[in-house]
Design a protein around this ligand. Structure first.
Ligand SMILES: [Zn+2]
Length: 352
């Protein structure tokens, strides 16, 4: 079946069933993004200014494009005294590391980096990759990222140490992959609380179907990830009541051209040529996730992302499909390097 005639999303019985005209359900039900607005953002930022301390806010940076722009905008456009915080993810691309060094230097911002002892991230990643490949299930792909789902409590600690109450992220509304929730049994239009509970229920059901996910060696970390996977999760909301978590692009529109133009010109930001997309090149695990989704669903998070840009009218269907032809080519070499770095040599990766 051809991709949706409007947004280009590949047909899929659960994710994107099509009507008789070839239009997918996501297009039929689509509600345009509503930004909360610059005035509301300014009010929140002003309430977070902290004249008695050294910093007004923390900005989480990964070396990727949106968090770089967020730091730039907060410092240069909004006059916030930001502390950059970075989880030194062991799978970070060298270029992303250079981007972090360059951005904090260009903006004269302090940087705090943290990591987990005992190769925790590497060990749990290797375990979950092996478990996933025993029974490939697209609904369980998110568990591959457990190492980055336990960073929130660390960021909260850093905020408390510096007396900061405002934490700013570069999340944007295009990247909330609709199909992940559908795969876990969360209905479209579910509220925050329902989404969280049904997500956890769906992940638990998946784990019960493949019990190695509940290996006692990693159970505490897995449980922590379920409770604190982002600022909206149950544990985060209970423990971080004093904290204000803001996603810049929930307030002001995300525009790819502006983001890339400014971070390149003002911060010297770059991404490796040949990595396909400038989105999410920073972590090698992203390529593995593309592979997992392509081989089980026939589409990736990028299909979902670009379908949204088409529905929003910021890209044509033809432009989106042209990008996907390049960007959905799996970076097999980087995946093999990743697997080998965590001691896996018996999983074969070939271009789907
Ligand atoms: Zn569509």
């Amino acid at each position: 079946m051809d991709p949706c005639i409007k947004c280009g999303l590949p047909a899929h019985p659960l994710i994107a069933p099509q009507d008789g005209r070839g239009v997918c359900r996501q297009c039929r039900d689509y509600r345009k993004i509503e930004y909360l607005g610059r005035d509301r953002l300014l009010a929140l930022l002003d309430a977070s200014r902290n004249p008695r301390g050294k910093y007004d806010c923390i900005v989480n940076v990964s070396g990727g494009r949106d968090s770089a722009y967020t730091l730039l905008a907060l410092v240069r456009d909004y006059g916030m005294r930001a502390l950059a915080v970075n989880y030194a993810n062991p799978f970070t691309h060298e270029q992303a590391k250079r981007n972090i060094t360059d951005m904090v230097s260009a903006l004269a911002v302090d940087l705090v980096q943290f990591s987990f002892p005992g190769r925790l991230h590497e060990r749990i990643l290797a375990h979950n990759i092996r478990t996933w490949f025993q029974r490939p299930d697209p609904a369980m792909v998110p568990v591959i990222c457990i190492g980055c789902k336990i960073i929130w409590p660390e960021i909260v600690k850093i905020a408390n140490t510096h007396g900061v109450t405002c934490i700013i992220n570069g999340g944007n509304p295009y990247e909330y992959t609709s199909f992940k929730k559908l795969l876990l049994g969360v209905p479209e239009g579910a509220g925050l609380a329902e989404t969280y509970l049904k997500n956890v229920r769906g992940l638990l059901a998946g784990a019960l179907g493949n019990l190695a996910y509940l290996d006692p060696r990693y159970l505490a970390t897995t449980a922590k990830a379920y409770l604190f996977n982002n600022q909206y999760a149950l544990g985060s909301r209970l423990t971080g009541k004093r904290l204000r978590a803001i996603d810049l692009f929930h307030y002001v529109p995300w525009d790819e051209a502006t983001v890339l133009h400014r971070i390149r010109r003002e911060l010297g930001w770059d991404h490796p040529r040949g990595s396909g997309s400038s989105w999410r090149f920073d972590c090698a695990i992203g390529h593995l996730k593309d592979y997992m989704y392509l081989t089980t669903l026939g589409l990736t998070e990028k299909n979902d992302f670009y379908a949204k840009t088409v529905r929003e009218g910021v890209m044509t269907r033809r432009q989106a499909l042209a990008r996907l032809r390049t960007e959905n080519r799996v970076q097999c070499d980087r995946i093999r390097e990743l697997l080998s770095s965590v001691g896996i040599s018996d999983i074969t990766i070939a271009q789907p």
